[in-house]
Design a protein around this ligand. Structure first.
Ligand SMILES: [Zn+2]
Ligand SMILES: [Zn+2]
Length: 797
């Protein structure tokens, strides 16, 4: 019998037989791509089925533990599981960064549980980003029924009455960083018995600890290490992550420890034919059949430029085509409204062909009840339903098997999500089809023309910046409140710790005594790990008074201005008012068929330079900047077509942001020599800036809200033509730093994305930006390529 990983058993064996194996997906793809004029497919990758590489149980794994795993169907580990487990068992800090469903949990369960069995006093602390994941893991560990382990979740939902028992008796405590921060570390005296015997710290799904949140978690872990040291424990850290670029570095930053990475995935997988699909460019508006409004009349220049057929329409057509062929298909769409548009269009197309056939397609909404989900699963399993358009709610909940094809409408932001969605396709032992339909956006466009960025070695890294002073200072205050800080702690908290402590002393938060720095107040510091500097804004449903959630202060002007369409867990709301003094936005449920896009005006000044590269006519810099911005208006756009309905003014105050930026300068002479006319320099830099921001998520897990940009033909601080790209969070979040560290690869990808786009003068797939403060004007696509060529020719690789 071949080994299986520690996943829930597949129910594939119970699914009815369908299309034959082998070439079915290839034939299906051939028919799909032959339907329109031109070939939208830019690449087909055959991801072959892979047999797993089993390894023997490590010799140190006790027979009792092997037997427990065997009872759950795990007869032997995969090689990567065994390798990571042995590294950790021997005392090394390790991160296992492999694909979705590759069985990462065995890699930490094995050494942790073996240690608990060998040493009846040892303890394990497990951290998950969500309570649900911790509850899943609790079930998995509890099912092993190991004597004396007594696993237990300890989070905000744990009844008071059980907490003391858990602290005293559980040896495998599952919690989250927030509880560690708010509950366990401040209560370290009560936890001293547990912490003194702590052998392992497990950090699951650690790629979710990125940006400012990740920087906070990095310091919570340092505070944990400090308490362990006080109690004489030196736990081993085992981390699990989605595949990413440079996981060892990310894990090292998160924990502050040297970490070894295990990245080779040796679990088995089914074969997939994966197609990259680029919707065609639409004819320019003046040659279209419908009379077009003169662009000047709307005051918007977007209308003048070419656009591609929307990914939603393209996905709807593909869904209709596959369903018409009897192929069980799941379409992933990023928004709930988008999923409904796709389902409705596919239904209409099918009913036009064969009345009644549209009933075989449905939309899946987040927030469905459990019974409704089961009914959908059943309908899909039995073939009553052939097509489903869904938000990524399915990534989390419904257990669907037996799908022949998965359509992914727009790159879901990370490779981990992409593979998770594609992984829904395929029955046991059969080939499946996955299609990524590119949206009109620089990153999607780049990816469909650069399959190596999807199928090759990952470059996208999880970044965080523990040196962010806006994170470091409050975390040091927390640490001081737990136990006075001493000079011996400075190295633990890293660069900038001494400066931050001095500022806390000057501000009256800490008092310096001969024995260290003491927290001066009775109350603990009020620090929210998920807050992003500035108080978060509460989103409240006006009719019920229900708190839907919070938005960090930095994004509130963009996302919660009056009239904004705000999506929360797949449900659409419209903002009635934003009260900045109260930190509260009132909303009501409404699903208009438009989306909203806020626009701002920005000013930037350089505060200091942290690092730079002098490359002749080109300079590349990393440093602190002050950004002043004001959200001044917003656009309404039709969801189905992307058409701009109108632009409406807003009256919001200006805001200041001290953050980290990467910027490059070019000499005016080098631009002239490259053929850029002086009058075209602003449009060239602006276009390069937009595309560079669009491509940064290729290098670091971030999205447009995490970064901003500014370009100018003459900046007073650099005295040269300059493009700035900055972190949109106070103090920086690591994105600009990653961009600086990978500058030539990042700008090479930016240049290629622009050059390879088939449009004439620039489109949303290359140099236009949906959140441009200047209405995408001026933009010069050919000159942006010249600018980037000058930078790349001079910059050391
Ligand atoms: Zn273009
Ligand atoms: Zn712009």
């Amino acid at each position: 019998m071949s080994p299986v990983s520690d996943l829930k058993p597949s129910t594939a064996a119970t699914t009815p037989a369908g299309h034959g194996p082998g070439s079915a997906p290839v034939d299906l793809l051939r028919r799909l791509r032959a339907r329109g004029a031109g070939d939208p497919v830019t690449h087909v990758e055959r991801v072959p089925a892979r047999a797993g590489v089993p390894a023997p149980w490590p010799s140190w794994a006790p027979a009792e533990l092997r037997a427990a795993f065997a009872r759950r169907g795990v007869v032997a580990p995969w090689q990567h599981q065994a390798e990571a487990a042995t590294l950790a068992y021997e005392g090394g800090h390790v991160i296992v960064a492999t694909g979705t469903a590759s069985g990462k949990s065995l890699a930490y369960q094995l050494p942790a549980l073996a240690t608990l069995l060998a040493d009846p006093r040892a303890t394990v602390l497990y951290l998950a980003p969500t309570k649900a994941l911790a509850a899943d893991q609790l079930r998995a560990v509890a099912e092993l029924e190991l004597e004396g382990v007594r696993p237990a979740c300890y989070d905000g939902d744990t009844p008071r009455a059980e907490r003391e028992w858990i602290r005293r008796h559980s040896r495998f405590v599952l919690t989250n960083p927030d509880m560690l921060h708010h509950g366990i570390l401040p209560g370290h005296a009560q936890w001293s018995g547990f912490l003194r015997r702590l052998a392992y710290v497990v950090i699951d799904e650690c790629h979710t600890y990125r940006g400012v949140f990740g920087s906070h978690v990095a310091h919570v872990l340092r505070r944990l290490r400090r308490q362990c040291t006080r109690f004489g424990a030196t736990p081993v850290f085992v981390l699990a992550s989605a595949t990413s670029g440079d996981p060892a570095t990310a894990a090292g930053r998160l924990t502050g420890l040297p970490v070894t990475a295990v990245t080779e995935d040796t679990s088995p997988r089914g074969g997939v034919t994966f197609a990259l699909w680029e919707p065609p460019l639409l004819p320019p508006p003046d040659s279209g059949s419908s009379p077009s409004v003169p662009a000047q009349a709307t005051g918007d220049h977007d209308d003048l430029r070419q656009v591609r057929r929307s990914a939603l329409r393209e996905t709807a057509d593909l869904l209709a085509d596959t369903v018409a062929e009897g192929v069980r298909t799941l379409a992933f769409v990023r928004s709930r409204k988008g999923a409904e548009v796709v389902a409705a269009n596919a239904r209409r197309a099918l009913d036009d062909a064969v009345p009644g056939l549209g009933d075989r397609v449905a939309a899946y909404r987040g927030g469905y009840l459990r019974e409704e989900r089961r009914e959908l699963e059943r309908a899909l399993l039995h073939g009553d339903l052939l097509g489903l358009a869904s938000t990524n709610a399915l990534e989390l909940g419904v257990d669907l098997v037996g799908l022949d094809a998965v359509l992914i409408c727009g790159y879901p932001g990370t490779r981990a999500s992409l593979w998770q969605q594609a992984g829904r396709a395929g029955r046991s032992g059969q080939e499946a089809l996955a299609v990524l339909v590119a949206r009109d956006d620089p990153l999607d466009t780049y990816l469909v023309h650069h399959p190596e960025a999807i199928f090759g070695a990952p470059v996208e890294a999880t970044v965080l910046d523990p040196a962010n002073p806006y994170v470091l200072a409050p975390q040091l205050a927390c640490a001081a409140a737990e136990a006075p800080l001493t000079s011996a702690d400075l190295a633990l908290f890293g660069d900038g710790a001494k400066e931050a402590i001095d500022e806390l002393v000057a501000a009256g938060a800490l008092r310096q005594r001969p024995t260290g720095w003491y927290w001066r107040h009775r109350e603990r510091p009020d620090v929210d790990l998920r807050g992003e500097g500035g108080a978060p804004v509460c989103v409240v449903e006006s009719s019920t008074g229900r708190l839907l959630g919070t938005v960090d202060g930095g994004s509130s002007h963009f996302l919660l201005h009056p009239g904004a369409v705000y999506l929360h867990q797949g449900v659409s709301y419209v903002v009635d008012s934003l009260d900045l003094a109260d930190g509260c936005a009132l909303v009501h449920t409404e699903e208009p068929d438009w989306s909203t896009h806020a626009r701002d005006v920005t000013d930037l000044s350089v505060v200091s330079v942290r690092s730079y590269v002098d490359a002749g006519p080109v300079g590349m810099f990393l440093g602190e900047v002050d950004v002043t911005s004001q959200v001044v208006s917003y656009q309404r756009r039709r969801i189905a077509t992307g058409e701009v309905i109108d632009t409406r003014p807003l009256d919001l105050p200006t805001r200041e942001l001290r953050t980290v930026a990467v910027w490059f300068t070019l000499s005016p002479q080098s631009l002239t020599a490259a053929g850029v006319q002086p009058s075209d320099v602003p449009g060239a830099l602006h276009a390069a800036e937009h595309a560079a921001i669009g491509l940064l998520p290729l290098m670091a897990t971030c999205d447009r809200w995490d970064i901003g940009g500014l370009s100018t033909a003459l900046h007073p601080d650099t005295e040269a033509p300059t493009v700035f790209v900055y972190d949109g969070h106070p103090g920086g979040a690591g994105f600009a730093e990653r961009a600086y560290g990978t500058a030539s690869a990042w700008l090479r990808a930016t240049r290629d994305a622009i050059a390879e786009c088939g449009c004439e003068t620039g489109c949303p797939s290359c140099v236009q930006s949906p959140k441009c403060g200047n209405g995408n004007n001026p933009l010069s696509k050919p000159d942006a390529i010249r600018v980037l060529d000058v930078v790349l020719a001079n910059l050391p690789a």
